[in-house]
Design a protein around this ligand. Structure first.
Ligand code: SAM
Ligand code: SF4
Length: 492
């Protein structure tokens, strides 16, 4: 079936068509269908209201034994409102994070490739009805310039972001990924490119996979279908089932590294939490592997859009929901972005966030324009944390976190790395932590101001004390020495 979609002003309507193929819901032998049952979620939330402290503690104890929580158990935590319960949830998340993941935080940056869009998501500055938004698609040289600027600050991992438009088909996405990998400026290079773009057909996902992507992210935005249909009235994105099965098609195409997410603030966050956990269950049941990451962006103001306060997620609920996610899906990476202000980021980092962005600029061509203020007519939404990568790095180091640009697992084909971190004894000590230190040393040598360099090496020195295995420690020190002497890209 071909869907006809309209884009442009009434005076100048550009009509175009994109392929939307319901056959793609079906696989050879099994139907690909919506696996979210809203009645089930509502019922579970309702039947686990007002839990006792004992019930909350029981669920927490299960999570601390490194077991993933059921929908019912997640509902107990979601409905735990008394301050004593919330404190217990946050403390447990901290404990799990420290025991299992240690002090590493992976850093990345978003790069917007194009803001043409046929959809009309009410909350997004790129929606087709927003005539104030200046439309732009980066050409090859533009991408080279943006990536060079990002490499010059020290970035090694990017997420490329696209509106949904016939121009941004799988071939285009694959080409832009290859351009990014090809940019090597001085000691800089991008070693992992993730994607946040519209769902594709299976063939399209195969094309993008061949370009060597890391994670393919698709946020469901809201798992609540009536709300979904209210805020996505036009374009391909209005089809809830097409979107909710998007990452199944990615899996079928061989992309087992996928990221899910919900845009918090469109509907009741409690419902979205269970939707996310249900999505995880679905992947585990069908593909034997959960999603690589979960994102939980809070909705922000955008050009011509003010946040509807009805489903506002307060800071208190937001920090709690992150702690619950850590406990509910302990071996899934959690991504926090610059949508959140510094003080919220600082609190949430303790609960087990594994990746944050740094030095973020979401304006089209923003990494070379160096504007002080955000101009919402050039970007998707408002961000709250506009600190430079080095400022973020320095704050992490000051707080004892080890900033990491590690991409080793992905490049050695060690997929399911969060699962391994979580379940393979010694994995973090043997691989993740030393690789974090090696990539931190690269950053300190190539990009850090003198002050950050001193603090960074102090952190490396004190982290070395954790290594009792002298042979391994010697190897690590040797590699750190090699980095000081100019070698790059060393990892375990
Ligand atoms: N266009 C593709 C899509 O919609 O899936 C991919 C990129 S879209 C630019 C990336 C994400 O930005 C969306 O999935 C949505 O969750 C988020 N987003 C859009 N508007 C937002 C807003 N006002 N505040 C916070 N996040 C927003
Ligand atoms: Fe387009 Fe994505 Fe924005 Fe929706 S969220 S308007 S699909 S860019």
């Amino acid at each position: 079936m071909r869907l006809r979609v309209n884009i442009g002003t009434s005076a100048n309507t550009l009509e175009m068509s994109i392929i939307y193929n319901p056959q793609q819901y079906k696989l050879a032998d099994k139907p690909m269908e919506n696996f979210i049952d809203p009645d089930e979620i509502h019922e579970i939330l309702k039947s686990h209201q007002n839990p006792t402290l004992d019930q909350v503690n029981e669920v927490i104890a299960k999570s601390l034994q490194k077991k993933r929580l059921s929908l019912q158990e997640t509902a107990v935590l979601v409905n735990a409102n008394e301050s004593e319960m919330v404190e217990a949830i946050k403390e447990a998340a901290k404990q799990l994070k420290e025991q299992v993941y240690g002090k590493r935080i992976v850093l990345f940056a978003p790069l917007y490739i194009g803001n043409l869009c046929i959809n009309d998501c009410t909350y997004c500055g790129f929606r087709s009805s927003n005539k104030k938004q200046e439309r732009l698609t980066l050409g090859k040289q533009d991408i080279v310039d943006q990536v060079t600027a990002l490499e010059d600050t020290g970035h090694k991992r990017l997420i490329l972001v696209y509106g949904e438009h016939p121009r941004y088909d799988a071939k285009f996405i694959a080409e832009t990924v290859k351009i990014v990998y090809g940019v090597k400026h001085e000691n800089g290079e991008i070693r992992r490119v993730n994607i946040n773009a519209a769902p594709l057909e299976i063939e399209g996902f195969k094309t993008v996979k061949e370009a060597g992507i890391g994670t393919y992210q698709i946020f469901q935005e809201t798992y609540h279908k009536p709300t979904y249909e209210k805020v996505h009235k036009k374009g391909t994105k209005k089809h809830y089932d097409w979107r909710v099965t998007g990452l199944d098609r990615a899996q079928e195409a061989g992309i087992d590294d996928v990221g899910i997410g919900a845009l918090m603030g469109l509907y009741d966050w409690r419902f979205e939490m269970l939707g996310l956990v249900r999505h995880v269950n679905h992947f585990e049941a069908v593909y034997n592997v959960g999603p690589h990451t979960i994102s939980f962006p809070r909705i922000q103001s955008a050009s011509g859009f003010e946040v509807d306060k009805r489903y506002d997620v307060s800071d208190a609920d937001f920090t709690k929901l992150v702690a619950i996610l850590r406990l509910a899906v302990p071996y899934t990476g959690l991504i926090l972005t610059a949508r959140e202000p510094g003080h919220i980021r600082d609190e949430i980092l303790q609960y087990g966030v594994s990746q944050i962005d740094g030095g973020t600029n979401i304006e089209m061509k923003g990494y070379t324009s160096h504007k002080e203020e955000q101009d919402l007519d050039h970007e998707q939404f408002e961000i709250s944390d506009d600190r430079s990568l080095n400022e973020v790095m320095e704050e992490l180091v000051d707080n004892g976190y080890i900033p990491s640009f590690c991409t080793a697992c992905y490049r050695l084909n060690r997929t399911g790395e969060h699962f391994m971190e979580f379940s393979v004894p010694g994995f973090i000590k043997r691989f993740c932590q030393p690789n974090a230190l090696l990539t931190l040393a690269e950053y300190l040598e190539d990009y850090a101001p003198a002050n950050t360099k001193v603090k960074g090496y102090e952190l490396i020195e004190s982290s070395l004390k954790d290594y009792e295995d002298e042979r391994f420690k010697t190897k690590l020190i040797e590699r750190l020495g090699k980095i000081k002497n100019g070698e790059r890209d060393l990892y375990f």
